[in-house]
Design a protein around this ligand. Structure first.
Ligand code: SF4
Length: 338
């Protein structure tokens, strides 16, 4: 029987032996009966445990530049077409960004994410981020991810040289659905930025947003595209339909479907970090802890323009599950002599 626990267990066996999940298998996960969920989660957990044990990686977001964006991404409260009462400010100073890194460490995050709104950074923005990153790397071994929009190869190279470990740039949805959520830049431009960053030796963090009106096939398609790109980290966002954005009023997702999406990503990307990202609290609701049987990472504290649950609740959830937070290394790099 397709939905029986032994079927999913066999799929986990296959994945553990190197089988790459097919689009058809991916679709069968998303369309499985709700009664199959325990079997699906058990299968995902076997794969998660093999590659990540009981570890959970925490990420801390710094909204380094807010609003003022000329783009029209329909899910985003910072876009030119959103009418949302958010703070609007230019890039924070290097000192403010360095102070944010201390907050990240205090919240037990291993990675500090510097996120700036906008189509892409100006060279002056890159200067500010470079200055902050050099200081943070001198102070601590915090892992740093930057999300600054579309980047030129030169900008990506400067960030790499300053010590940035990883770039986040999400595909958000499938190639075929992309023009339904944004008209001011293309899917291909996003791929080009990812390629430029990879060529500069940066790790890639690239994910999606589920719940914007796409089909199950679109979710499977972007999952497959990420297999091709071979990214290190996948944030799986579930749409939080913020008032004032074009997607305001979109119905929240069924939490059981959200779990199936996380299972899909774990089985399709067995060794990749899978993060339950934005919209976790509003869409997974009371099922949040179950998500960690598939995923191995969370954002801790607030999102860019919406609040998350208090960090203490995330820490308690992780502890209650018997998982453990992977701490960042506190040792700064050795000084270069000579
Ligand atoms: S480019 Fe970034 S900040 Fe601008 S609207 Fe799109 S998601 Fe929001």
């Amino acid at each position: 029987m397709t939905d029986s626990p032994s079927h999913w267990n066999q799929l986990a066996d296959n994945v553990l032996q190197g089988h790459q999940l097919t689009a058809q298998e991916g679709l069968s996960i998303l369309e499985a009966d709700d009664a199959a969920l325990p079997g699906l989660l058990a299968a995902a957990f076997r794969v998660r445990q093999k590659h990540f044990g009981m570890d959970v990686q925490l990420y801390y977001l710094e909204n380094a530049k807010s609003g003022l964006c000329p783009e029209d991404c329909s899910y985003c409260s910072q876009s030119a077409v959103a009418d949302t009462p958010i703070e609007r400010y230019r890039l924070k100073s290097p000192e403010q960004l360095v102070a944010g890194a201390r907050q990240a460490a205090d919240n037990q995050a291993r990675t500090y994410c510097i996120v700036a709104s906008g189509r892409g950074p100006s060279d002056a923005d890159v200067d500010g981020v470079v200055q902050a990153v050099e200081q943070i790397k001198q102070d601590s071994g915090l892992h740093i991810c930057c999300c600054l929009g579309l980047l030129t190869p030169e900008q990506a190279g400067r960030l790499k040289q300053a010590g940035v470990d990883r770039i986040n740039h999400n595909l958000n949805t499938s190639r075929g659905f992309y023009d339904q959520i944004c008209s001011t830049h293309t899917y291909q431009e996003r791929i080009d930025t990812l390629t430029a960053c990879r060529e500069q030796g940066l790790e890639l963090c690239c994910g999606l947003i589920v719940g914007m009106g796409e089909t199950h096939q679109d979710v499977v398609a972007v999952c497959g595209e990420l297999q091709q790109l071979g990214v290190e980290s996948i944030p799986v966002n579930f749409l939080n339909p913020i008032d004032g954005t074009p997607l305001e009023g979109t119905k929240e997702l069924d939490p059981r479907f959200c779990l199936k999406v996380l299972v899909l990503f774990r089985l399709a990307h067995p060794t990749t970090e899978i993060r339950i990202a934005g919209g976790r609290e509003v869409n997974l609701r009371s099922l949040q802890p179950l998500g960690l049987y598939a995923a191995n990472s969370l954002f801790v504290s607030d999102y860019l323009t919406t609040p998350g649950q208090p960090a203490s609740e995330d820490h308690r959830m992780i502890e209650d599950l018997g998982f453990r937070v992977v701490r960042h290394t506190t040792t700064p790099p050795e000084p270069v002599i000579g």
